[in-house]
Design a protein around this ligand. Structure first.
Ligand code: NAD
Length: 300
């Protein structure tokens, strides 16, 4: 008996590093899985592995960057399995380039797969889930949403997915549908993978991927399975991180330092008081957490 017996899942980008692990982990717990990926070979390989282990899975090769494609993918899942209990959105591609080098087609390509892809898939899957009165949606963010030089399109898409996840969680709670995001960190090479999650990386413009080893994708999968389980029916609107030895919760972005002046703040007030009040808490953007470096001014 698996924890997800009788449930049906859709995993987009299911042939990729994380999507493949998530698909297999969901299937191991008894879910029937639609493995979506534009790379048919990758998706087929995942489906074959699931079937070889006695699980049930089907391939879907539609692109999630189109509203209709996402709709047809969800319809395919409904057709084969009769329901959709879980949606996990892993479809991914990134174009690198600092903002002054960015081309419109790079912007479109990244935002379409990530942000529009999330909207399209969640729209269609949530329609089915609203009719069912239940469902668990796991969106896929990234710590890049804190700011990642050279990949601002990707970072922006992830920030958009984060805000949308919070909104969807609020919209869908009354329908028995949960929406949470995961922030993964994973690599495919099991030989060099670490067990311990490191929190500091040397990222710089034009560098692709992790510059230091991180844990495996398999170490992230239990979180997705847990969020799909009925045990997690009280968890929604959260952004969770799991990689290797580290489980973490992302704080919701809310104002946390306040300065009050009954008559409001004039330019002179800001010039006089800003630095010692709210200004004393400025943080460096980005995935690392070093000291704020610009107290003496931003210099070219
Ligand atoms: N790997 C990490 O460390 C890491 C870190 C942070 C966030 N993420 C996020 O996790 C998700 C999965 O990442 P990954 O490392 O497994 O990526 P991956 O590149 O290994 O897999 C992505 C898969 O998506 C497929 N795909 C691309 N465009 C598609 C489309 N239009 N429709 C359907 N499928 C499409 C690709 O063919 C590929 O198989 C992404 O959202 C990524 O941003 C990954």
């Amino acid at each position: 008996m698996g924890t997800l017996d009788g449930k049906a899942a859709i995993v987009t980008g299911g042939g990729g590093l994380l999507g493949a692990e998530f698909s297999r982990a969901l299937a191991r717990e008894g879910a029937r899985v639609l493995v979506n990926d534009v790379d048919a070979e990758r998706a087929e390989a995942v489906v074959q592995k699931i079937q070889a282990s006695g699980g049930e899975a089907v391939v879907d090769v539609r692109s999630v960057d189109s509203w209709d494609g996402a709709g047809e993918m969800v319809a395919h899942g409904l057709d084969v399995f009769g329901r959709v209990d879980t949606l996990v959105t892993c479809a991914h591609q990134t174009r690198f380039g600092a903002i002054w080098k960015l081309r419109e087609k790079d912007y479109d390509a990244t935002l379409d797969v990530h942000l529009k892809g999330h909207f399209a898939c969640v729209h269609h899957a949530s329609r089915a889930m609203v009719e069912q009165g239940s469902g668990s949606i796991v969106t896929v963010c990234s710590r890049a949403l804190n700011g990642l030089p050279g990949v601002s399109t990707y970072a922006a898409a992830k920030g958009g997915i984060l805000s949308a996840t919070f909104s969807w969680a609020l919209e869908l709670a009354d329908h028995g549908i949960r929406v949470n995001a995961i922030n993964p960190a994973a690599q495919g090479d099991e030989e060099t993978a670490t067990r311990h999650m490191r929190w500091h990386w040397d990222f710089s413009i034009d560098k692709v991927g992790w510059t230091e080893p991180v844990p495996t994708a398999a170490s992230v999968a239990p979180l997705v399975v847990y969020l799909a389980c009925d045990d997690a029916d009280w968890i929604t609107g959260q952004v969770l991180f799991l990689s290797g030895d580290t489980l973490a919760l992302l704080r919701h972005p809310r104002e946390e330092r306040f300065g009050f002046k009954p008559d409001g703040w004039s330019l002179e007030d800001l010039q006089r008081y800003f630095k010692d009040t709210v200004g004393a808490s400025l943080e460096m953007p980005g995935m690392d957490v070093p000291r704020y470096p610009w107290y003496d001014g931003v210099k070219g």
